[in-house]
Design a protein around this ligand. Structure first.
Ligand SMILES: Cc1ncc(COP(=O)(O)O)c(C=O)c1O
Length: 393
């Protein structure tokens, strides 16, 4: 009844469990959500009034497929990437659409795409829907295991590598400079594209910023950016940053898909940027999310240091924690819901559900008090189970 490509399409596990985790008595570390209390609602309202005065009825007209030119100029200025001008940018309906359009332009059914295990679920959905053949390699706190990638490349050609170099979803990892350089060297040597997904790169709380893959190799890397995590996800605004030949092709496909992303939302974000609101807002997010990260890391160390291990990230929204013994976090998840705390079981983030004993914990959408209470609930559960198996054993 349906086309071949639909067979590979699963609904996202996270979307499915979010409904359960949103019950009011549950402390949820599950969603990858920004804190709604920190959305710049007042400033967006003022920006909205100014934009209506500035544009009148023109605000409601059709626009260019590539996106509002002045918005692209502003994005280019904010990126401070010497290789990016407005002509290299295409505004998309969230970075998720950018990823889908680019995969559709680059990857034929059955072509190989390498991802990290674990990786962003939404990328797995896009790649599966477009019938890519998925291969995965392990990663650690400094990024993907490039020896494993090179072994794989010696055996078979690949079309793309999907990367989240800054504050990875779900691991929080930030690729070291050395890994960035080696990944780019491999892409050059074995001739594949790198899809650099960067929705979290502005959310750095500690340490020095590293150059994006795109800034180091603009002909090899297609980068995806987003306003979802730094202004508001409901705006559904992101961008593709790439060399002109790619932009030109993707633009045609976008025209076929939706003509252009909402002109109203683009103008709203443009006004917010022109009003100089982004930098102070980012500083506020960095301060508050950074404190929440510290609170979650300390609570985990204090209450669960014996039972699980994790690497404290320098930014983003997630801590990836692994139980020291082999126990399915999917099973643990069911008991955790009963105890009033939620996380995402790690196996959802793997191509074949490989690793069972990890979990993704979001810290951006809970106050410090909630974080401490949630970790205490989790610790009660995990430590009791640990004790039970010890005494049973
Ligand atoms: C790594 C990654 N890429 C892309 C997205 C999608 O972002 P957007 O809201 O811009 O579509 C997310 C959202 O969680 C993400 O974590």
């Amino acid at each position: 009844m349906f086309a071949e490509r639909i067979k590979n399409l699963n609904s996202s596990f996270i979307r499915d469990i979010l409904a359960v985790t949103q019950q009011p008595d549950i402390i949820s570390f599950a969603g990858g959500l920004p804190d709604p209390a920190l959305f710049p609602a007042g400033q967006l309202q003022e920006a909205g009034e100014r934009m209506r005065q500035r544009l009148g009825n023109a605000l409601y007209q059709y626009g260019e497929t590539a996106g509002v030119a002045t918005l692209r100029e502003q994005i280019a200025a904010n990126l401070s990437d010497a290789n990016t001008g407005p002509e290299n940018l295409l505004v998309t309906t969230g970075s998720q659409q950018g990823l889908d359009l680019v995969v559709r332009c680059l990857v034929d059914p059955g072509e190989r795409v390498v991802v990290e295990g674990p990786t962003y679920l939404g990328a797995l959905q896009v790649l599966r829907a477009n019938q890519a053949q998925l291969l995965s390699i392990a990663s650690d706190a400094d990024g993907p295991d490039l020896d494993a990638l090179e072994t794989l490349l010696k055996e078979q050609p690949i079309r793309c590598f999907y990367a989240v170099p800054d504050f990875h979803n779900p691991t929080g990892a930030c690729y070291s400079l050395r890994r960035r350089q080696r990944l780019l060297a491999l892409a050059e040597m074995y001739d594949f594209w790198i899809l650099e997904d960067s929705p979290y790169s502005a959310l750095r709380y500690r340490g020095e910023s590293l150059p994006s893959l795109h800034s180091l190799a603009p002909q090899r890397v297609i980068q995806f950016g987003s306003f979802s995590k730094i202004i508001a996800p409901a705006l559904r605004l992101g961008w593709i940053n790439s060399a002109r030949p790619v932009i030109k092709v993707v633009e045609k496909l976008k025209q076929a898909a939706d003509l252009h992303s909402s002109g109203y939302d683009q103008q709203l974000v443009l006004q917010f940027l022109l009003d100089g609101c982004l930098q102070p807002h980012l500083e506020r997010l960095r301060e508050i999310y950074g404190e929440r990260l510290d609170a979650m890391a300390s609570a985990l160390e204090r209450e669960l240091g014996g039972a699980l291990s994790f690497h404290k990230p320098q930014g983003g929204m997630f801590i990836w924690a692994t139980l020291k013994r082999q126990e399915s976090t999917l099973e643990l998840f069911r008991s955790a819901i009963a105890e009033g705390v939620a996380f995402v079981p790690g196996e959802a983030f793997y191509v074949n559900g490989e690793q069972e004993n990890s979990m993704r914990l979001n810290f951006s959408n809970s106050s410090i008090g909630m974080i401490e209470a949630g970790v205490t609930r989790l610790a009660g559960l995990i430590n009791v189970r640990l004790h039970q198996t010890c005494t049973a054993g």
